[in-house]
Design a protein around this ligand. Sequence first.
Ligand SMILES: [Zn+2]
Length: 169
Amino acid sequence: MFRIIAKWYAKRQYIWRQEVDAATNELNAGLSSKLSTEKRALIDQLYKEADDIDKRIEEFSKMETIGFWQCENGHEEHLSTAFAGVELEISRTCSTCEQPMKHTRRDLMTGQEQYESDKERKAAEDVADNKRAQAKAEEENADGSDKTAKYFRDLAKNNRHLADKIRKL
Ligand SMILES: [Zn+2]
């Protein structure tokens, strides 16, 4: 009689342990999945920031070629189209902060100014490159988290499978 109870108890214990392990493994899988989702959001953000920088570099290069106005507070204004091609506009006041503006055009720059401008452009390109490199590294992390999640999910499946087998004994 006692052996039957012992066997029944052992079976119950075994099934219980497998179910607890399955639940624990599923929790771990869930954590890894969440981590992966967070990393993928970060990756999207990094790529977007890099693209925005690229866009800004391109925009600025165009403005620099055509010419534009800039105040010391960094506000930028396009050339007036009223003077299309004719350089009549010789001074301008910033419409945002009322500071005097400086006209910038690449072919009117000194060698030093061109050098400085190229240096700034290069620095911005480096920031964009770094963001892409960081995104790439995070992609590997996210892939790792996905693999870990799958590993735990497989473990949980095994636990459930074992519990079912014992139940049928
Ligand atoms: Zn201004």
